[in-house]
Design a binder for this molecule. Structure first.
Ligand code: SF4
Ligand code: SF4
Length: 440
């Protein structure tokens, strides 16, 4: 059977078998939490607590008045001991609230109780998503309540559940689809209600047969059933989970350059986000924990862990038995698009899907050679760009010319770098070029 896919892309080694069969394991909260006031796309939060204040799990502790932002909550009960710059996995350092845990882990309420959701309205769903501080958990961390607010001049007819999880090593979404399929589908149904659509596509790559079977079985029995729901099995290819690639593969619609999914009538949400929406609405539970894949050849016992936001990544590595050899690369996220880390003191944030400890480079690593004009980077680019030409211009600081080659459309997937036989760090040059392109 010819599986659905998109044009371009690569087939890296996936290494998912290290954790794909491992059930999600909850780890104990650490003694100290670092809760950054910026963990999302948009404006940073301002603290709502002061040093010395006592807080409880699930208490709102940071909020912004910007439209695009997402509030933050305490991940355990304890005392605020510092509000200052602290290690941040993406920004290096950023303003954060440090909480010393009191060991009681007392919540503002009991988050395990499921309430009857009844005939909840779209506005109520959006409000609860906003109050729970939910963002896209696939890594982009875009505020979900904003995504669920469709501009008046746009018409949306489909929601896609992104179950591709195309980055190597990562299996947290795959495990959630195996272990919590019904709750994910309830969350998807609630999001469909929020945006007023009655068509859903659940898109999963064919390297997750257990997740496909589990979702298909659970589809029979959900409260917020979407009239027209189908599971689409996609070919395993990177970056299948990119929103534009996912829409092209599962619906055959092309998002225009610089456009967004709702320009073609679609909203995309990942599996972990759907679960968070379900928990926010059925249990009034803010986003203070998530599942993280901890993997790589330097980790003793690669695992999928349920961890609190703000937990230093050292605690996750310890919960996996520590390092079995010294890592050369520590990465937050997947190896293709993740962010290199220099310290294990950085905290898990809302967008942390994985912690990888690798003994070598995943892409590149050998000495860079001259471009041999093989055009492999062009063939694999899912955005149909000309990476080699863009990089030639970026190296010469000809950013205006690079703009003419649509450098801004680059999604920084790293497929070109992965494929380049000359080991040219194409995506790094493109990232630099994007930062320097003239505005307007
Ligand atoms: S140019 Fe950008 S979008 Fe194209 S393959 Fe390279 S990183 Fe991906
Ligand atoms: S893949 Fe590498 S060597 Fe081949 S054209 Fe692109 S930049 Fe040049």
């Amino acid at each position: 059977m010819l599986l659905k896919s998109f044009k371009g892309g690569v087939h890296p080694r996936y290494f998912k078998d290290l954790t794909s069969g491992k059930s999600i394991r909850k780890i104990d909260p650490p003694d100290r939490f670092i809760i950054p006031l910026i963990q999302h796309t948009g404006g940073p939060c301002a603290p709502l607590v002061g040093v010395g204040d006592l807080v409880k799990k699930g208490q709102l502790i940071g909020k912004s008045d910007k439209y695009i932002s997402s509030c933050v909550h305490a991940s355990t009960s304890g005392k605020v001991v510092l509000i200052d710059k602290a290690p941040h996995p993406i920004l290096g350092k950023a303003q954060a609230i440090t909480i010393e845990a009191d060991g009681r882990d007392e919540g503002v309420k009991d988050f395990s109780k499921v309430r009857d959701m009844g005939e909840i309205s779209p506005d109520e769903i959006r409000r609860k998503i906003e109050e729970a501080g939910i963002v896209g958990l696939g890594g982009a961390a875009f505020p979900t309540h904003v995504k669920m607010t469709i501009p008046e001049n746009k018409k949306v007819d489909t929601i896609i559940l992104n179950g591709a999880e195309c980055e190597p090593y990562l299996t947290c979404d795959g495990r959630l689809m195996v272990e919590r399929p019904k709750d994910i589908l309830e969350g998807l149904g609630l999001m469909a209600r929020a945006i007023g659509v009655d068509r859903a596509i659940i898109a999963i790559e064919d390297n997750k047969p257990e997740a496909i079977a589990s979702i298909e079985k659970a589809l029979q029995n959900t409260q917020y059933k979407i009239r027209d729901t189908k599971v689409v099995t996609l070919a395993t290819k990177y970056p299948q989970g990119g929103e534009k690639q996912l829409i092209a593969a599962s619906l055959g619609r092309e998002v225009p350059p610089c456009g967004l999914p709702f320009d073609v009538g679609v909203v995309v949400s990942n599996a972990g986000t759907a679960l968070a929406v379900y928990e926010a609405i059925s249990k009034d539970k803010p986003l203070f924990e998530r599942v993280v894949t901890v993997s790589g050849d330097c980790i003793k016992e690669p695992s999928n862990l349920l961890v609190r936001i703000g937990t230093p990544i050292k605690a996750l590595i310890d919960a996996c038995g520590g390092f079995k050899k010294r890592p050369k690369r520590l990465i937050m996220g997947g190896p293709m698009m993740g962010v290199a880390q220099t310290s294990t003191e950085v905290p898990v944030i809302k967008g942390t899907s994985g912690i990888l400890a690798l003994s070598g480079e995943f892409t590149g690593g050998r000495e860079e050679g001259p471009c041999i004009r093989c055009a492999r980077c062009v063939d694999v680019c899912p955005m149909r760009l000309l990476p080699t030409d863009i990089v030639r211009l970026a190296r010469k600081a000809r950013y205006e010319d690079a703009k003419g080659l649509n450098i801004s459309d680059c999604m920084e997937c790293g497929a070109c770098t992965h494929e380049c036989p000359a080991r040219i760090p194409l995506v790094q040059w493109i990232r630099l070029g994007k930062m320097n392109i003239p505005k307007g």
